[in-house]
Ligand binder design. Structure first.
Ligand code: CU
Ligand code: CU
Length: 329
C-alpha cells in the first residue's frame, strides 16, 4: 500500500509539473469567446463562455494624502473560471477576485457600496475596526451605503460579502484583497498580489455552472485557483529579474481550504504573517495561510529560470492552484 501511495504522489506531481511544459490551452488573453458544447439538453441554447482576461496581479499604487475613497459595486455576472467553464458569480466590480485595493497605514478610508445585484449584499473589511451590526449589514438591490474607517494596521487583508448564508456569497466570488502598506512603506521589490480561492461547481442545462452546495459544505472543490482562474499564471507567468527582491502579497479567500504556499526552487528570505512587518520570519520553505488570512513572502532568486508557485496541499495544486514565476537575467 505504501509503495502504491508513494507512486500515486509521484505520478500526480509529475502530471502537474509536466503541464508546465505544455502550452495546449491559451487561457491568458484570448479575445474570442468559446461556445460551450457541454450542454446536456438541446432544448436550452448553449451559453457563450465569456473570454478570460488574465487578472492583473500588479498592485496599483496607494493614493497619496490622508484619506482614500473606495467605490465598490456588487454585480452578479457570468465569468470564466477555467477553459470552457462559465460560472454564475457574484462579484465586487465585476471580477473575481474583486479589485486589488491599496492604502497606507494611517489613512482614512471612505467606502461607498452600490448594489446592482438582484439580492442583498454587504461588505466586511478585515482591515477595519468597526461594528458589524452598523457597517457590515445587508444593502438591498438598487441601494447604496457609505462608511469610513482608519487603516490602523498594515497587512494583506480580506474583504468579502458577509450576507447570510455567508459561505454562498464567498464561494460565488464576493471577496478581494486590500493591502495596507506600513507607514514607512516596503523596501523596493517586484510586488504581486495573489488571492487563493475555491470554486464548487454544478452544471446547469445551458452548459454553464453555478455553486454546488453539497461539494461546498463538504469542502470538496472542483477548482482551486490564484486570482480567479485555473493555472492562469502558468500560461502568463509573473516576471522578475535575477537578484531582484520579489514580494508576493498573498490572501487566502477560501472559503474553506487552507493554503500551504510554496515556490518550487526558491526559499522565502522573509515572511510577514498577515503582511505586518512586525510578524517577521526568515528562511521559510512553505507557509500556512488560513482561510481569511494573508501573508507577504519575499525572496531573491539567484538563477534565471521557471519557478512554479503552488499550494503544497497538492490535491488543490492539481485543481488549478499553480502559477509560474519567470526569472530572467
Ligand atoms: Cu453578497
Ligand atoms: Cu471575514
Amino acid at each position: 500500500m505504501a509503495v502504491t501511495g508513494a507512486l500515486m504522489v509521484i505520478l500526480l506531481l509529475g502530471s502537474v509539473l509536466a503541464g508546465l511544459s505544455r502550452s495546449t490551452t491559451s487561457t491568458a488573453t484570448s479575445a474570442s469567446a468559446n461556445t460551450n458544447t457541454n450542454a446536456n439538453t438541446s432544448a436550452v441554447p448553449p451559453i457563450v463562455v465569456p473570454a478570460h482576461d488574465t487578472y492583473n496581479a500588479q498592485i496599483p499604487p496607494a493614493p497619496a494624502g490622508n484619506s482614500v475613497n473606495i467605490n465598490l459595486t456588487m454585480k452578479e455576472i457570468l465569468i470564466s473560471i477555467a477553459p470552457n467553464v462559465a460560472y454564475h458569480a457574484w462579484s465586487f466590480n465585476g471580477t473575481v477576485p474583486g479589485p486589488i485595493l491599496h492604502v497606507r497605514q494611517g489613512q482614512m478610508v471612505h467606502v461607498t457600496l452600490t448594489n446592482e445585484g438582484s439580492m442583498a449584499h454587504s461588505i466586511d473589511f478585515h482591515a477595519a475596526q468597526v461594528p458589524w451590526n452598523v457597517d457590515y449589514q445587508a444593502i438591498q438591490p438598487g441601494k447604496s451605503f457609505s462608511f469610513s474607517w482608519r487603516a490602523n494596521y498594515p497587512g494583506v487583508f480580506m474583504y468579502h460579502c458577509g450576507t447570510p448564508t455567508v459561505i454562498y456569497h464567498m464561494a460565488n466570488g464576493m471577496y478581494g484583497t486590500i493591502i495596507v502598506d506600513p507607514a514607512n512603506g516596503w523596501a523596493p521589490a517586484q510586488q504581486y498580489a495573489l488571492v487563493q480561492s475555491e470554486f464548487y461547481t454544478h452544471q446547469i442545462p445551458d452548459g454553464s455552472y453555478s455553486v454546488d452546495a453539497t461539494k461546498m459544505m463538504s469542502g470538496s472543490p472542483d477548482y482551486v485557483v490564484f486570482n480567479g482562474y485555473v493555472n492562469q499564471y502558468k500560461d502568463a507567468p509573473l516576471t522578475a529579474k535575477v537578484g531582484q527582491r520579489i514580494g508576493l502579497f498573498i490572501l487566502n479567500a477560501g472559503p474553506s481550504q487552507f493554503s500551504a504556499f510554496h515556490v518550487i526552487g526558491a526559499l522565502f528570505s522573509d515572511v510577514y504573517i498577515d503582511g505586518n512587518p512586525a510578524n517577521h520570519m526568515v528562511g521559510n520553505q512553505t507557509i500556512s495561510i488560513p482561510p481569511g488570512g494573508g501573508a507577504v513572502v519575499e525572496m531573491v532568486i539567484p538563477a534565471a529560470g521557471l519557478y512554479p508557485f503552488v499550494t503544497h496541499s497538492f490535491s488543490d495544486a492539481s485543481k488549478g492552484a499553480l502559477g509560474v514565476l519567470k526569472i530572467t537575467p
